[in-house]
Every structure is written in structure tokens, then in C-alpha cells.
Design a protein around this ligand. Sequence first.
Ligand SMILES: [Zn+2]
Length: 328
Amino acid sequence: MTAPPLRLGVDLGGTNARAALVDQAGALVASCKLQHDERTPLAVARTVAAAVRQVAGQAGVAVAGLGGAGVGVAGQCLGATGMVLNAPNLGWRDVPLGDLLRAELGLPVRVVNDLSAAAWGERAFGAARGVDDAVLVFVGSGVGAGLILGGRLHEGGSGVAGELGHVKVTPRGAPPRRCGCGEWGCLEAYAGGMNLAARVREDLAEGRAGAVLAAAGGDPGRVSASAVEAAYLGGDGYARELWAETGELLGTAMANLCTVLNPTRLVLGGGVLLGCPNLMRISRAHLGDRTLRAARRGLSVEAAGLGDDAGVVGAALLGAEAAVAHDR
Ligand SMILES: [Zn+2]
């Protein structure tokens, strides 16, 4: 069987499930985003199924005719087994998401980490198009990476390769911060948007970070990486210190990744990096300084090209490949 002309991709985050039908050129023919009412695995699977029915309806096709589904999940996934080991934003541990979705959709389902899906999408149609050795690093509410090595998606021995957010980076002179994954001193505990905001709120309680609070309109609940960036632009010393530390941690982790994997393309994305040009600049300066010189040669750094669509597009491609393999 050949792959059907429309491919079904799902991007599953802590707040929304987004389904899309993607054509052969990577364009979204139909798209639907639904918010989770509750985050129990069964409720989320039903929300995904509802979003899938909506996009099928928009495109005038039957769900059963779609062949298969690819689902990118913000969490640690046990490769092609469909098991989600740990998804902090959904509050999940050891959830058999693939089985739940197969039952709801009646289709073969390929579950994959959301950044692996995004890397595959960027490689097919975005900033890593046609590149065989590409690394994608996203810094948004969390931090993660997707790895294309030798033209293939690299998911590792058990499927959790690319968890850049959970490399340990405790800065000098400070006790490690706790990460959403339950471990201590992870990069994401310092550079992920949710943890950055939490840290600023802690510093507010100690009488620091006033300029960041002002940039957030005086509401501690609206403190964010963008507010730090705004305070930085205003010359605030606290924001400068925070960006100096965060940029050093991020840039060094990315440099180490490039030193180990020797990609020819590094694709950077996510709301925190793309929305905070000064954090991007500082991170890239450390990336340039700290990548092994031999690995720096031939490395180009690009901003992600598909925006929020990379994940659904990549998931759709991976789902279609899995469906073809399933039918063989
Ligand atoms: Zn962690």
C-alpha cells in the first residue's frame, strides 16, 4: 500500500491537543486545536479523537481512510512502543498512549517525542530541509532537542534520546533547582519558560526582580521570559545577570551537543529563544565559543522555519511511515 495523500498528525501538549491533516507538500489542509478539560489519559485520548474527527470532517474524509496517525507528545516516550514514561505538563507517568489512541481512532498510531516530531518536520519542509545531520533545540515552556543523524530520526536505545532539557548543569555557588521531571539541576529547571518564571517569582519574594515585575504589568502571575527580556532592554541589572547565567547554560549545553554529534545544521526554536533576542544572542555567543573548533566547521545555525506547525507536520510524516510499515 502507498501512503494516502493526506497524513494525520497530532501535537499533544499540556494545555491543548492539535490535530492536522498534512498534504504531500507539507501544507496543512485542515487543523483543529482543542483544550483538555481534564488530563487523565482517557480524557486526553478522547479529546485527541474529537480533534481528529473535526479535521477529517473539515477535509471531507473518513478517519478510517487516513491510514495511520503520528502523535508528538511533550514528554519522554518509549520510542515506537507508544508508552509515555513521563510527561510533566500532563502529569503522566507510564501511560500507554499508543494503545489508548488506537482504541479511540481505530488506526495504527505512532507516538513520538514532540521535538523529535518537530525535527522530522523541519527536516522535510523547514530549516533543516534535506540535511542528514541536523539537531533541533527548542526552548519554550520546556527545553528539548530532536536529533537527525545520518538521515534518520535518532530516538536512542529506549526512545528517550535528545532530552537536552534534562542534562545536569547546576551553576556555581547555588544549590540545584528541582525540575518538573523530578530530578535536580536539569537545564530545563533554569532555562525552561515555566521554571524561569517560577525563579523570578522566588526572587521577587526576596525583594529582587522589581523591573521584571513592572514589565509584567505588576502581576506576578504574568511574569515570563518576555518580561525578563523587556527588563533587560531597559538596562535592569537583575535581568542582565539572569540572562548572562541562562544564556551561558543554554549555549554551553548546545555547544556540547554539537561537539558530541557534529551536526551540519542546528535549528533553534521555541517561544523563549525566538521571543527573547538578547537571550538568543548570549546563548549563541557561548555556543560559538564552546563548540569544539573541529565540529564548528561546517555548522550552520538557523531559526526554525515551520513555527508551531513543525510538530504536527513531522508527526504526520512519521505516522504515515509507521502505517505503511504496519500494512506490509
Ligand atoms: Zn529534568
